[in-house]
Ligand binder design. Structure first.
Ligand code: NAD
Length: 356
């Protein structure tokens, strides 16, 4: 059904997309009007970061290779101090959501621009959302200062992303699109982008799993990831993201895997309350049922489909359910404790999603 009344407030980054897009680095750097970059990355991606620092030449003031999952405050503080002592006027963040998250933590205090070069499909580069972990708790916020000003998407940089991480990171991006479709502040434009994001990711991911060096498939996935990040940045998230944040935070679970496992079950939970969103997902997947289609896609990708496989203890599911119900995100179907507990039980065993 066409939604005739809405508010759309796009937030825009400059996007340079395509094979070999990294060759535009220097031009994009000068377009930003900056001259002293701090390049940030994880320890695993230090070679790529050093190569990028080399391309920047005298425009690079240093490399900080200590980005870590969920942006620990100690790492953020060290990076902020280094950026200040080097007189950095720009952050070049090369990597996945963890690295871009670290860039955001620096920008939050210093207001210096971020040039992001994403190498996964998580989508953080397109959002003004940040998260910093202190004392075991991840605090998140929304601040336009942390939105990367320029994003270089080069599919060649994703060729090295291991197959399992590619698949789960891609399902994480699909989850952004699914929740954007039934978001409280969705509009026809975001819904169009979200459906297209699912279409490209669902088309590309199985081919990446078959052949991780298939650059066409990588390109399609990265395009889908851009679309997914775009809608994540402009719409609100719902029950799925709340459950994943709760599971991840309380049980220290891997981010993308948790998204992959929970998504089909939340789609089943919300199915009758969000029929238009489900129709979009079906069109994008070429499936008859959205929840089953998402479950089948994950099965085809050969990634974990049960929380049990992640080492979750079944006895924790009650307290996860209770925590997920506190400060809930807006969701199309009202939250029902018993049904959400049943949803988690299905996700725990890796059963097919069902109406709970
Ligand atoms: P990640 O950034 O934690 O990366 C996982 C690992 O993969 C790291 O060791 C990294 O170095 C490595 N890696 C990344 N790209 C690679 C490549 N091309 N080749 C080889 N290795 C590569 O994983 P992620 O899933 O991208 O990010 C997850 C984090 O991002 C979570 O903390 C999540 O909360 C956050 N996130 C934030 C937002 C937001 O809008 N703020 C959105 C999505 C995710």
């Amino acid at each position: 059904m066409f939604q005739r009344s809405f508010i759309f407030s796009p937030i825009l980054s400059r996007v340079v997309f395509g094979r070999g897009a990294l060759s535009n680095l220097l031009a994009e750097f000068s377009q930003l009007g900056v001259g002293r970059a701090l390049v940030v990355c994880t320890p695993e991606q230090v070679d790529l970061a050093r190569a990028i620092a080399g391309k920047l030449g005298s425009g690079c003031s240093g490399v900080f290779p200590k980005a870590a999952m969920h942006v620990p405050i100690e790492v953020a503080r060290e990076a902020r101090l280094l950026a200040a002592s080097l007189g950095a006027d720009c952050i070049v963040a090369v990597g996945g959501g963890s690295t871009i998250g670290l860039g955001k933590a620096i920008a939050l205090e210093s207001s210096i621009p971020i040039l992001a070069i994403p190498t996964t499909y998580a989508g953080s580069e397109m959002t003004p959302i940040y998260g910093i972990t202190e004392g075991g708790a991840k605090k998140t916020g929304n601040d336009i200062r942390v939105l990367p000003r320029t994003v270089i998407y080069d599919p060649e940089l994703t060729l090295s992303l291991p197959v399992r991480m590619s698949a789960t990171s891609g399902m994480n991006a699909i989850a952004h699109c699914v929740e954007a479709l039934y978001a409280a502040n969705a509009n026809p434009v975001t819904s169009m982008i979200a459906e297209e994001g699912i279409r490209y990711l669902a088309r590309g991911l199985p081919r990446v799993v078959q052949n991780s060096t298939d650059i066409d498939a990588r390109e399609e996935c990265l395009y889908g990831a851009w679309l997914a990040g775009t809608v994540l940045g402009t719409t609100s998230v719902a029950l799925h993201h709340k459950l994943c944040h709760t599971l991840g935070g309380m049980l220290n679970l891997p981010h993308a895997e948790t998204h992959t496992i929970v998504l089909p079950h939340v789609a089943a939970y919300n199915a009758w309350a969000a029929p238009d969103a489900m129709a979009s997902i079906c069109r994008a997947l070429g499936a008859e049922d959205a929840a089953q289609g998402l479950f089948d896609l994950a099965a085809q990708l050969g990634i974990p489909q049960s929380l049990r496989e992640l080492g979750v203890n079944q006895f924790d599911l009650d307290r996860v359910t209770d925590a997920a119900l506190t400060k809930p995100y807006p969701n199309p179907r009202p939250l029902n404790r018993e049904a959400i507990r049943a949803l988690l039980e299905n996700a725990y065993w890796g059963h097919r999603p069902e109406l709970v």
